[in-house]
Design a protein. Structure first.
Ligand code: FRU
Length: 570
């Protein structure tokens, strides 16, 4: 890796050392580079340097970068074409003299390291840098837009921008330039978009000294946004964030749901023009899981046999089943002003039973009554130390939502979008068998290693079924417990778990309503769904080499596997 960066610097023909030490923790770096990009060396463990970008002596932008000292973990580009005049970096950080100024290079282009071991093949990831929440997801003119919380200057959280990508099927994505950058009001935290005519409007949190809600418009299909000059459009004296906007079908008003994280509440507002907002009501005090903080809400209507219900999604961190970041939801009625939940306050409904499903929200403006959800496939307990670097974090598979009824209550059924089937190659295995104590081993051909879909039906009159994905050294253990009616996943031997004691401290468990399974394996994730949509389980894994075998066993015997199919996913 290090060799690559040295090579990069040599190729660029420029090793720039133009820094001037100004005393204390302060240095000035005069950019003499001629290339479009200044290539900054980053060390993940180094302290964040506060870098003011100056153009002809004037301040233009502030970023934080963990400028390398001991070693270069990876490089990030600073696009100089955005600035005019002579550029200088005014750098403030303790021990500024130990920065590896000699490793700053210049280049006409930048391409991220293509050999990242844990880069998924069919889940969305940023080209490089850190990503958290999916944001502003909006469907317009046949294209799905995905914006996301993005740090272009490192693989840890910070410098929140909105990254951008577009897709026609929510599976195959094309990267677009950064859509929203921090302003003097603060970093660009989570929010949402609505499309109206030729315009896409984004409403998001500006997180500076205080959190306020801002508006920005795009008239070029989301490529660039202009912030509304009179921002903020909503302010409050308490922490509030992650606005989700939609047009209410009955009142016809723009309607906004906003998280009030520390109070475990969401607030509802209405507006006629997206600029002037009226507070209407709040929901949450005493409802559902109250641990941690409430973030990233969503509110939408889904059809039911007797009409419709409204679903209020609230992500909370921590407070999930394993003390993790997680997604809970409430079902009820919403008249445009107030949400009335149909369950009792203590009832908790989970959208996913795994540890790595957070900040999940749906696309705006999808045709018909379709509501597709996307989650950030990570967890705040260890997101910034997982061993995928320099990109960090992937999104889940997009999932279609529908309501079903059970014991007088409505619940969400979760199904991977139909579009994912287009990735299937020719089935690598088809069959069925009886399972006993001796493991039935299926070798996965190379086409399936690290990226496949596994389907099977299981039934048993007796003890649990164990289903193991393994590479010979490491294994992911899944258990179907027919008696307990649970599905369990143990990733304690699944690969690298060493980066955080929290990563493998629990066995994950979901309810078993149905015994038809669909398992999606990618380079660093596993997602399990039951065919009825009543259980989804999402977990990260970091095996040292792709799993190349699938083993079924049952100590008690008497278990049947039917309709087993393994598809490579291209
Ligand atoms: C959720 C969250 C949001 C916030 C964003 C900042 O993961 O904390 O509440 O807007 O991340 O990146």
């Amino acid at each position: 890796m290090k060799r690559l960066f040295t090579l990069l610097a040599l190729l660029s023909g420029l090793s720039l050392s133009a820094q001037e030490y100004l005393g204390g923790d302060h240095a000035l770096y005069k950019v003499t580079a001629s290339g479009r990009y200044l290539i900054l060396p980053v060390e993940d463990a180094a302290p964040d340097a506060l870098v003011h970008i100056l153009s002809d002596n004037y301040f233009v932008e502030k970023i934080y970068v963990r400028l390398a000292r001991e070693k270069v973990d990876y490089c990030v580009p600073l696009d100089l074409s955005r600035y005019q005049g002579h550029i200088s970096l005014d750098v403030m950080v303790e021990g500024v003299n130990s920065i590896r100024w000699q490793d700053i290079a210049s280049s006409e282009s930048f391409s991220p390291d293509p050999d990242e071991a844990f880069r998924p093949s069919y889940h969305f990831t940023p080209a490089y840098g850190w990503m958290n929440d999916p944001n502003g997801m909006v469907y317009k003119d046949g294209e799905y837009h995905l914006f996301y919380q993005y740090n272009p200057y490192g693989s840890r959280w910070g410098n929140m921008h909105w990254g951008h990508a577009v897709s026609r099927d929510m599976i195959r994505w094309e990267h677009r330039p950064v859509a929203l950058r921090p302003t003097a009001l603060g970093d660009v935290f989570s929010g949402s978009c609505v499309a109206s005519g030729d315009t896409i409007a984004a409403i998001y949190t500006s997180a500076g000294k205080h959190q306020v809600q801002s508006l920005a418009y795009s008239t070029d299909g989301g490529l660039s946004f202009t912030p509304y000059p009179l921002n903020p459009v909503i302010s409050s004296t308490t922490e509030c964030r992650d606005p989700k906007v939609f047009r209410h079908p009955v009142t016809g008003l723009w309607t906004l749901v906003l998280a009030s994280p520390l109070e475990h509440q969401v607030r509802f507002y209405t507006s006629e023009n997206l600029r002037d907002w009226t507070y209407r009501s709040s929901f949450g005090a005493g409802w559902g899981r109250q641990d941690g903080i409430w973030e990233c809400p969503d509110l939408f209507e889904l059809p039911t046999p007797d009409g419709s219900r409204w679903v209020l999604i609230v992500n909370l961190n921590p407070g999930g089943l394993y003390g993790n970041s997680a997604t809970q939801y409430f079902v009820g009625q919403f008249d445009g002003y107030e949400f009335v939940c149909e369950s009792s306050p203590e009832k908790v409904k989970w959208l996913d039973y795994g540890p790595d499903h957070y900040a999940a929200v749906t696309w705006s403006g999808q045709p018909g009554s379709r509501h597709t959800l996307l989650a950030w496939m990570s967890n705040w307990r260890y997101a910034d130390v997982v061993p995928s670097r320099p990109f960090r974090s992937a999104d889940s598979l997009p999932r279609d939502l529908a309501l079903y009824q059970e014991d007088g209550e409505h619940y969400l059924a979760v199904t991977p979008v139909e579009e994912v089937k287009a990735l299937r190659g020719k089935a690598a295995y088809k069959g069925g068998f009886r399972v006993g104590a001796k493991a039935k081993k299926i070798l996965l051909p190379e086409s399936c290693q690290g990226h496949c879909e596994i389907l099977f039906d299981a039934n048993s009159s007796r003890g649990p079924l164990q289903c193991v994905l393994s590479n010979g050294k490491e294994e992911l253990l899944m258990t179907v417990d027919f008696k307990d009616r649970t599905f369990r996943m143990d990733r304690s031997r699944s690969g690298d778990c060493s980066f955080s004691p929290d990563f493998a401290s629990s066995v994950f468990q979901g309810p078993l309503h149905n015994e038809s399974f669909r398992i999606f394996v990618d380079a660093s994730s596993v997602e399990v769904f039951t065919a009825d949509g009543k259980m989804a389980m999402t977990a990260l894994i970091f095996p040292s080499s792709p799993y190349d075998r699938l083993c079924f066993s049952s100590e008690t015997g008497g278990t049947n596997i039917k309709n087993l199919i393994v598809y490579p996913l291209k």
